[in-house]
Design a protein around this ligand. Structure first.
Ligand SMILES: Cc1ncc(COP(=O)(O)O)c(C=O)c1O
Length: 446
């Protein structure tokens, strides 16, 4: 079963007009995802769009127009957010390794909140805020002890993401766990009070609350609820100890189906249960969510054409004009099985491996996917649910293949929202050394 993104005719029209490889979006779908979040999350939630999921300017603009705030993780994303209509006080700066110049740019722009990753970062930010004569609102990111198996870091370490599970690596609720390992993100929960005391003593920072984001692509809402409940408990304990915090940032983590048998995240039940938790909580909180995948993931697909069909040791390979330089899903290869061949409703009875055009064995888009027996060179594949971490998350410089174009439908009208790349893009900002020697010997290829 194909996801409902656009009609076959609309997809066909885009592929004929703009060719392949191509990213194709439906901006109306983004509006529907945002509306679901707004409808079901409790009223004490502010909804932010995470630009790293897809920072195409038209997509950012769509989300700014809908009324989202922005979660950025670089000055590049800060510029993209400001340029596309997010206002500075609606912006939250997250992520490790923020340099002084990035922090200064954020203060200068007047962004709402900076999420601190360590006390050292807090001290650097405080000095800069002092220099600019400003008080900066901040959150401290905490590395909690309690995780579910859906935690990004636990999945990475267990290498479970790359396995061929058909439901995108969803773990059962039973598998809630205590993290025994270190993290590059945030400060450890056991030391949080100490670190909060240190940050609280800095004159130019206002510590508003905490940020905890550990789970990724969760489809079972109970798992995310368990994780967010833990965040609320940590905040309550901090308040119990006399530090007044009122703002919780839960990060992202809401999943989308990457396979026809994956279930939808039940946003309505999730929202209802959250509401009950907040009604019974001893402390009131304002909350932030930073949503990437759920907001734009299902709104985009990737189109690529078959350029070769071959067999090796009994295995059928379909070679495409795209590859992992444009759609990198190393950690969740089964996701790319959510695909169909344009204009062919026939039986998908032939097992094949989809390989991209990069000269590296790394460039396998998906193994053991079913394709029509009569698939031909020139057929076009649609890989669904690529709107998040697609264009922005790939090996774009490998082998100098052009960036794909991006096209979007809105209200049934198709528009080119990014021109296809140009070979010259790769030479930008490079210097070509002048030839020094005249007696250069040519390589003999014969
Ligand atoms: C700090 C932060 N917030 C939010 C997100 C978005 O997460 P998701 O795409 O699961 O909504 C990310 C993604 O990596 C992130 O790093």
């Amino acid at each position: 079963m194909r996801p409902i993104l656009l009609s076959q005719n609309e997809i066909q029209a885009a592929s004929e007009q703009y060719g392949t490889p191509l990213y194709l979006y439906n901006l109306d779908k983004i509006g529907r995802q945002y509306a679901k979040l707004r409808e079901y999350l409790p009223p004490n939630f502010s909804i932010l769009y995470t630009l790293k999921a897809n920072s195409n300017l038209t997509i950012c603009h769509t989300l700014a127009q809908l009324g989202c705030g922005a979660d950025i993780s670089s000055t590049g994303e800060l510029k993209a957010a400001l340029k596309t209509g997010f206002s500075a006080p609606q912006i939250v700066f997250t992520g490790p390794g923020k340099t002084n110049s990035e922090l200064a740019a954020a203060i200068e722009a007047g962004i709402g909140i900076i999420v601190l990753e360590s006390v050292n970062e807090a001290r650097r930010l405080n000095n800069l805020a002092q220099k600019y004569g400003k008080n900066q609102d901040v959150l401290i990111r905490i590395n909690p002890l309690y995780r579910t198996n859906q935690s990004c870091e636990i999945r990475e370490r267990a290498s479970s993401c790359g396995t061929d599970d058909t439901n995108g690596g969803q773990a059962s609720l039973k598998s809630q766990t205590i993290a025994s390992s270190s993290s590059k993100f945030g400060v450890d929960e056991e030391r949080a009070i100490e670190e909060i005391a240190a940050i609280d003593s800095l004159d130019n920072l206002n510590l508003k609350g905490i940020h905890i984001f550990t789970e990724s692509n969760v489809l079972d809402y109970n798992q995310l609820l368990a994780s967010w409940t833990n965040t609320i408990s940590i905040a309550n304990r901090i308040n119990d100890q006399g530090y007044h915090i009122s703002l919780l940032d839960f990060g992202g983590g809401v999943g989308i189906p990457y396979n026809s048998i994956d279930s939808e995240f039940d946003m309505e039940s999730f929202g209802k249960e959250l509401q009950i938790i907040f009604e019974n909580n001893p402390y009131p909180y304002n909350c932030i969510v930073e949503i990437g995948r759920y907001m734009v993931g299902e709104a985009g697909c990737y189109l690529t054409e078959v350029v070769d069909i071959k067999e090796s040791l009994g295995q059928k390979f379909i070679i495409l004009d795209g590859g992992v330089h444009q759609l990198l899903r190393l950690s969740m290869k089964p996701a790319s099985k959510y695909m169909e061949v344009l204009g062919r409703d026939g039986n998908y009875t032939q097992k094949a491996t989809l390989g991209g055009k990069l000269p590296t064995p790394l460039d396998i888009m998906v193994e053991d996917v079913m394709v029509p027996e009569d698939l031909e060179i020139g057929d076009r594949l649609v890989i669904y649910n690529c709107g998040a971490y697609g264009f922005n998350h790939s090996l774009t410089n490998f082998a100098l293949h052009n960036y794909p174009a991006e096209v979007a439908y809105s209200d049934g009208k198709m528009e080119l929202i990014r021109e296809p790349g140009n070979i010259e893009d790769f030479f930008l900002n490079q210097k070509l050394p002048l030839p020094k020697r005249r007696d250069k010997k040519l390589v003999n290829l014969m």
